[in-house]
Design a protein around this ligand. Structure first.
Ligand SMILES: [Zn+2]
Length: 287
């Protein structure tokens, strides 16, 4: 739930409920979420990033490309014999690491959001992500000191409420800013899965980054709660791949409690850390 509990919580309860498939690289854990939807986890790094492969009849979407520590494209090619389009939930490094291996990368956001994705991150910028204790056994041949996010090209800009047709399945883009300005969620038509990116996962949610906005984040949670009547389950981008949709209602209540100054928190530097049942929230300390 919180990073301090990693790696003792592995494999997490929500993932143990899913069918586990074989992977080419031991770095990935692959679970079947539903027919044609696969969660690709990287539990060996404390971020516990999750990418999703969503397969239609004429093409597949790979939602995020994870840390870039092992070859995600090889796993994708084994599962999908169709053209694959990468869709980026937002531009943080742990969601775009393998973008460079793909020829089609679609993203939402402003010129600067897209530039951040395309630029990647240098070794120097990435050193903190590979500090000792952040990871378990790394794939053979991977050098943590050489870790970087390689540049990639965004080939198409997504629009709010755009519908991506995969054949027998569509994904609708919902702009849900707050964690970052460019954060999106995807709604799947066939299994009513809501892919929530970093806007929601069962863990510590981040509304305190320089590129975050707490008030905007709160409105996005309200927006997602309004979608819930048409949702069966949530598929977040960290920790657990299949979460009860009622979790979003608890997040909405948590935001309300924080705004009403009605929730206990710890102050860590300039950040308030709130802990709730099944998730937490880090927000700037306004005082
Ligand atoms: Zn993020």
């Amino acid at each position: 739930m919180y990073q301090s509990m990693w790696p003792d919580v592995l494999p997490r309860a929500g993932n143990r409920r899913l069918e586990k498939l074989a992977s080419l690289s031991p770095w990935f854990e692959i679970y079947r979420v539903s027919e044609g939807v696969f969660a690709m986890l990287e539990p060996g790094h404390a971020e516990e990033a999750i990418s999703y492969l969503i397969i239609g009849s004429k093409r597949a979407v790979l939602l995020d490309t994870g840390m870039g520590i092992a070859d995600l494209k090889a796993e994708v090619n084994r599962l999908a014999d169709l053209p694959v389009v990468v869709v980026v939930t937002h531009g943080h490094y742990d969601h775009i690491g393998d973008n460079h291996r793909f020829s089609e990368v679609w993203a939402f956001g402003s010129d600067s959001d897209v530039a951040r994705i395309e630029q990647g991150k240098s070794r120097e910028e990435c050193t903190g992500y590979m500090a000792p204790g952040c990871y378990l056994e790394l794939p053979a041949g991977f050098d943590p000191a050489a870790y970087e996010i390689r540049p990639s090209r965004v080939t198409r800009r997504l629009q709010h409420l755009e519908v991506i047709d995969l054949g027998r399945r569509t994904l609708t883009v919902h702009h849900t800013p707050g964690h970052t300005a460019d954060s999106i969620c995807l709604m799947d038509s066939r299994d009513k899965l809501l892919f929530t990116g970093d806007t929601f996962y069962p863990g510590m949610l981040f509304a305190h980054f320089e590129d975050s906005d707490f008030a905007v984040y709160r409105r996005s949670i309200d927006y997602l709660v309004d979608l819930l009547p048409g949702v069966n389950h949530l598929c977040p981008s960290h920790n657990e791949a299949y979460v009860e949709k009622t979790a979003l209602i608890r997040v909405q209540a948590a935001f309300e409690q924080i705004v009403a100054d009605n929730a206990a928190c710890e102050i860590e530097g300039k950040v308030r850390v709130y802990r709730f049942d099944g998730f937490g929230l880090m927000v700037p300390d306004w005082n």
